[in-house]
Design a protein around this ligand. Structure first.
Ligand code: AMP
Length: 422
């Protein structure tokens, strides 16, 4: 299947070509014709599958088709995309801008944590596509600064995370102002019962579109686990990062935990930034852009802040703390091995986290590969980095370095970067 087979208009095909996409991803091949035909869609897909283009391209086509090339854009919100975080909202908005560059469709993005004046001005000037987080949109609606009563197409993206974050009441209040007569697309990485219930309420005869197994991570990720106790984690992290020369995303359970890890790394001379909800929008944007440009090779994030993070070439995800929700593990790992690349996931598991590990392995239907002994040192290593008192060779996941080739073709598909973290 090629993009040209999807009945997309020439301006969109040109944008796709300039984004250097060769072929549509599976979710794009499935969803684009459905959205173009006006059907409601229930999409089960994680980030990294190309789902943004799967809804943005056909929405742009539908919106521009109706102008018939002659009529001017109306300036009212005709497509509304709701998503859980500022970062995701920004990314979706930028995707609409990229794909819609030749269409004349206008869009804007609104989210909390920043002054609302610029957002209100953009809305007043008139937009066709509005990407928003629910809280700020509701705020602006209540002040009479935003209206969604002209919505023709509604997208709920990362619906499971919106529910996890407690956005359901806000969502319902927004939905009460959206016309019933509309096309609705709902995307979620997981489909627990509350999402099915929401889908039942907002979708009409939806076509289910599923890519990969429900809640399965990309197949080209290598999963490793280290059994360590809490005091050993800083030294283990350092020893892993020492040998990683690519972008690494580290997950902690709490915001304080993320700050603590960044401080420990800074002491050891490793440049890292924290991404979490207590950071100002400016600090978050800066952390992201420095991570994107590889100026800061390590980003330490909480789950909510990293949700939907779209940075190319994240080769390693380190779960400094495991998560009690196995689906969250899948989301975390979804940050690596994007769009067909290979990735490595390394988890630190303390004795208190064994149950979490078992739940993850149950969801993956496979055990994580056991890495070697953790380093003996319990102290965060001092700078300079060459003095790090860890025995790197023993902390290396089996299968890395020289041992890797002998493991090739083992039950899990190995990647060229597999094990490069250690
Ligand atoms: P998403 O799942 O929408 O977050 O997209 C993940 C990444 O895949 C983004 O960096 C997109 O730019 C990229 N992408 C989307 N569609 C394609 C495609 N057809 N071919 C190659 N890359 C793509």
């Amino acid at each position: 299947m090629r993009f040209e087979d999807l009945r997309l208009s020439e301006p969109l095909l040109r944008a796709v070509r300039s984004a250097r996409y060769v072929d549509p991803t599976p979710i794009q091949a499935k969803a684009i014709p459905l959205v173009l035909s006006g059907r409601d869609v229930l999409g089960c897909a994680q980030t990294g599958t190309g789902k943004t283009a799967a809804f943005a391209l056909p929405i742009l086509q539908r919106l521009s088709e109706r102008w018939g090339g002659a009529k001017k854009p109306t300036g009212r919100v005709r497509a509304l995309v709701l998503c859980p975080t500022r970062e995701l909202a920004q990314q979706i908005h930028e995707s609409f801008r990229t794909y819609g560059q030749n269409t004349g469709v206008r869009g804007t993005v609104i989210f909390g944590g920043v002054n609302q004046n610029r957002q209100a001005r953009a809305l007043r000037a008139g937009v066709d596509v509005l990407v928003a987080t629910p809280g700020r949109l509701l705020d602006l609606m209540e002040q009479g600064l935003a209206s969604v009563s002209g919505t023709e197409i509604l997208v709920l993206d990362e619906a499971d995370r919106m529910l996890d974050m407690g956005f359901l009441p806000d969502l319902r209040r927004i939905l009460a102002h959206v016309p019933r007569q509309r096309q609705t697309l709902l995307f979620s990485a997981t489909m627990p019962p509350p999402i099915r219930k929401l889908a039942g309420d907002v979708l009409r005869k939806p076509v289910p579109v599923e890519v990969a197994r429900v809640s399965s991570p990309a197949p080209q990720v290598d999963h490793w686990v280290y059994h360590v106790e809490k005091p050993e984690k800083p030294a283990l992290l350092m020893s892993l990062l020492e040998q990683t020369h690519t972008r690494t995303l580290v997950f902690t359970r709490t915001k304080h935990g993320a700050d603590r890890v960044v401080r420990q790394l800074a002491k050891a001379g490793v440049s890292a930034a924290a991404l979490h909800g207590n950071k100002s929008q400016g600090a978050r944007t800066r952390a992201l852009s420095e991570f994107r440009s590889a100026e800061t090779p390590v980003l330490v994030a909480t789950d909510i802040a990293a949700r939907g993070l779209d940075v190319e070439d994240i080769t390693h995800v380190i779960n400094y703390d495991l998560t009690p929700e196995p689906e969250t593990y899948v989301h975390r790992i979804g940050r690596t091995a994007r769009a067909g690349a290979a990735g490595t996931a390394v988890s630190f598991c303390t004795s208190a986290e064994h149950a979490d590990l078992r739940a993850i392995e149950q969801l993956l239907r496979e055990p994580l590969q056991q890495a070697g002994d953790p380093p003996k040192s319990v102290e965060p290593p001092p700078a300079p980095r060459r003095e790090v008192p860890v025995r790197a060779a023993r902390s290396r996941p089996r299968g890395s370095g020289a041992g890797r080739s002998s493991k090739r073709g083992s039950r899990r598909r190995r990647s060229s970067t597999a094990g490069a973290v250690a």
